[in-house]
Design a protein around this ligand. Structure first.
Ligand SMILES: [Fe+2]
Ligand SMILES: [Fe+2]
Length: 477
């Protein structure tokens, strides 16, 4: 029977062979290329696993890629059994789906790939906390920024007694001037290329209360993002009268991580706060999407920034006896690699019993919620199974997370979970599932958390954009 098919192909006019077989081959190859490319991107496996709509879309594309050449072979076989020269409807149908298979991946990759190297502009200065700690019990800091053209810069910095001058060795795009072994509770200044000096104060010394702010999920670039409310809350955090000594942001800074103009806008909006308060911006699933992880690393942990324990995506930060473990949990536990798990357990096991242990991540553990995109968005079984036993074994006190666009406090087995994805993002709908661990919940509310950790107690205050208290909780060590 395949002899008939061979004969059929032999007598087929050259133009028809080119148009028909060419379209099938090109469509199959392009679809395959697109799927391999997409699944090689950081975070795609997470989307596929967690998001029902994306899973259906990818599954359709995979079936399409397999079915196209099989249908083409079947069509040739069936056509060879019919009189030659007749135009057949199935052949036209296959040609149409082959053309769609050429157009679809070309459009998708043609949109995304150029964006990943299309830089929108220089990124503003930030004062970021580095992994680990300095000799005086507070984190090392870095003055960071990014330039489209490689540049060589000078930073002057110091306190009221000492002036330091640091010069970059060679021109580069990623910039980070390390400020090491700073003294606690001291006012410092820095001046980049002789610009107006910026002042900041380091965290307090041994035995003093630590005061910091936690916020999450701005989604710059989303049509629904309320950047005015983000700006208002960032203004509250950087207001000297409120005296925040550190600022943690828990991810989804931008809507589409591969679009650099969204990073430009976000860092511009954050810089007034993150250049004057030692800050750390944790990675979120929207930040890393389709190559966005490269932008995240370049802007939030540029290459010259030093690492003592972790990676550019997860870190430990110590301030005296308060220990922060900042994790890379994007969609869920998909980004929680064996390497990260080993690192986390090693860190937790080396922290003295009785010290404060605070975990922060974009992904959540316990949370109320409902269904979205055919996926249950509440008590995340995967993160609960993989991380909560560690939290309980090593007596983690506080766990902060974003990702769920709501504010909620939950407590289980002596661990307090605070969900706070409520800066400029679109709030999630009212919950249809109530987590058994939930102790307080609000939906549709913009907020950030004001945290004070003293020797024996930690106080968490959820504040709205006008700085009004929404909820206060005090937990003991
Ligand atoms: Fe988000
Ligand atoms: Fe998220």
């Amino acid at each position: 029977m395949w002899k008939d098919a061979k004969d059929y192909i032999k007598v087929m006019p050259a133009w028809k062979k080119f148009l028909w077989f060419g379209a099938v081959a090109a469509g199959t190859l392009l679809m395959l290329t697109f799927l391999i490319w997409a699944f090689c991107q950081h975070g795609t496996l997470g989307i596929f696993r967690v998001n029902g709509m994306y899973r259906i879309a990818f599954s359709v594309l995979i079936c399409y890629t397999i079915a196209l050449p099989l249908l083409a072979v079947l069509d040739v076989y069936l056509a060879s059994r019919k009189p030659a020269g007749k135009i057949r409807l199935p052949s036209i149908f296959i040609w149409i789906i082959a053309v769609i298979a050429i157009i679809l991946p070309s459009v998708l990759m043609g949109w995304v790939v150029p964006q990943t190297s299309n830089y929108a502009g220089d990124k503003a200065v930030q004062l970021l906390m580095a992994d680990g700690t300095g000799k005086n019990g507070i984190p090392n800091l870095a003055v960071t920024f990014w330039t489209i053209n490689p540049t060589q810069n000078t930073l002057k910095w110091g306190d009221s007694h000492i002036n330091n001058i640091a010069k970059e060795d060679k021109p580069s795009q990623q910039h980070a001037f390390m400020l090491r072994d700073l003294q606690p509770a001291t006012e410092y200044w820095y001046s980049l290329n002789d610009a107006k000096p910026v002042k900041f104060t380091t965290m307090p010394g041994i035995g003093q209360p630590l005061h910091f702010a936690v916020g999450s999920d701005t989604h710059f670039g989303a049509k629904t993002a309320q950047n005015d409310l983000t700006a208002k809350m960032l203004g509250q955090i950087s207001d000297p009268a409120h005296d925040y000594q550190m600022f943690f942001f828990l991810g989804d800074l931008v809507e589409w991580g591969f679009i650099d103009s969204q990073w430009l806008k976000a860092i511009q909006a954050f810089s007034a706060t993150t250049s004057t308060i030692p800050s750390r911006l944790v990675v979120g699933n929207h930040d890393t999407i389709m190559g966005g992880v490269n932008f995240y690393e370049d802007y939030m942990y540029p290459q010259p920034m030093e690492l003592q324990t972790g990676s550019r995506l997860w870190q430990r930060i110590d301030v005296d006896n308060v220990h922060f473990l900042l994790l890379d949990l994007e969609w869920s536990a998909d980004s929680y690699t064996a390497e990260q798990a080993a690192w986390l357990e090693q860190q937790l096991s080396t922290i003295p019993a009785g010290d404060w242990k605070i975990v922060m991540s974009h992904g959540y553990y316990y949370s109320s919620g409902g269904y979205d995109n055919l996926w249950p968005w509440y008590d995340d079984k995967d993160t609960i199974d993989k991380l909560v036993p560690l939290f309980e074994k090593y007596h983690v006190n506080l766990v902060f997370s974003g990702h769920m666009h709501l504010v909620e406090l939950l407590q289980k087995n002596n661990v307090t979970y605070a969900v706070c994805a409520a800066l400029g993002c679109l709030p999630d709908p009212e919950r249809t599932y109530i987590s058994p661990a939930s102790t307080w919940y609000m939906s549709g509310q913009k907020a950030f958390i004001d945290v004070t950790v003293s020797q024996d107690n930690a106080t968490l205050i959820y504040r709205d954009p006008d700085y009004k208290e929404l909820k206060t909780l005090t937990v003991s060590r």
